[in-house]
Write a protein that binds this ligand. Sequence first.
Ligand SMILES: NC(=O)C1=CN([C@@H]2O[C@H](COP(=O)(O)OP(=O)(O)OC[C@H]3O[C@@H](n4cnc5c(N)ncnc54)[C@H](O)[C@@H]3O)[C@@H](O)[C@H]2O)C=CC1
Ligand SMILES: O=C1O[C@H](COP(=O)(O)O)[C@@H](O)[C@H](O)[C@H]1O
Length: 262
Amino acid sequence: MDKPVLLTGAGGRVGQAILGHIGDAYDWRLLDREPLSDEKIPESVDQTNVYVADITDETAIRNAIEGVGAVIHLAGDPRPEAPWDSVLRNNIDGTQNMFEAAIDAGVEKFAFASSNHAVGAYETDERTPEMYRPHHEFRLDGTELARPSNLYGVSKATGETLGRYYHDHHDISVVNVRIGNLTQHHPPKEYERGQAMWLSYRDCAHLFACCIDADYDFEIVYGISDNDRKYYSIDRAREVLGYDPQDNSAEFTFEGEPLDEA
Ligand SMILES: NC(=O)C1=CN([C@@H]2O[C@H](COP(=O)(O)OP(=O)(O)OC[C@H]3O[C@@H](n4cnc5c(N)ncnc54)[C@H](O)[C@@H]3O)[C@@H](O)[C@H]2O)C=CC1
Ligand SMILES: O=C1O[C@H](COP(=O)(O)O)[C@@H](O)[C@H](O)[C@H]1O
């Protein structure tokens, strides 16, 4: 990608995981509604490329997105328990605003931070907890219909559908990344579900780099590390994006200690 890449929600956990690993690899524009402290901004990024703006502010977004080749859209309310008024504003209206601005600016690729909670209701009482365990064969692969866990999941499924709409009608490349559970240094502790959908920081950064660099039309992929426990397939991410994850929650004890040090 020889044009700038706009990263929304740059100051949050996912944004910092990305910048911590590939902060020097692209010509970034960073956007967040909260000011970014110096330690959150890679040295290679000039202050003129940092935008403190809300994604529902059309004018501010249009300034930030002008001349951009790709968008990684993370900004939003990430809480599974978030109330409707917040996900409606931040996750649905905000995402639609980002797509409109992206189309007008001629953006080529748009990666949307979707969530495991868009499909959480597949985790039925009959399937759990067995589906969280190694060697269990149940897999979601991105071709299934959304079955949200909560209203936050509804907002993520809606964001995915907005991507489908803007791809079909405006020819922008869109990838919806259903992110699992991002934690730094070790998988979620003593949490089978979280260990099955663990996404390490370096795999997260690599996956979003693939979203910037690969050629695709419209995709839904799962964003997890190569965990032994898994009920999300990462085959599509490997095939289409070239995703090659390095981490696996099985390399840690259930309590989160690295096995080679346990
Ligand atoms: N952390 C995780 O494990 C997962 C995260 N996701 C998604 O990834 C995205 C990022 O999540 P996190 O980094 O964990 O959240 P976070 O809360 O750490 O970061 C979100 C960032 O977006 C900014 N933001 C929120 N609303 C905004 C708005 N209206 N305008 C501009 N900026 C706004 C916040 O200031 C914050 O810096 C979210 O969309 C979330 O739903 C999805 C699945 C799992
Ligand atoms: O979408 C998200 O999912 C992760 C994992 O969900 P959890 O219910 O197992 O915690 C969550 O931690 C994150 O905040 C959220 O944005």
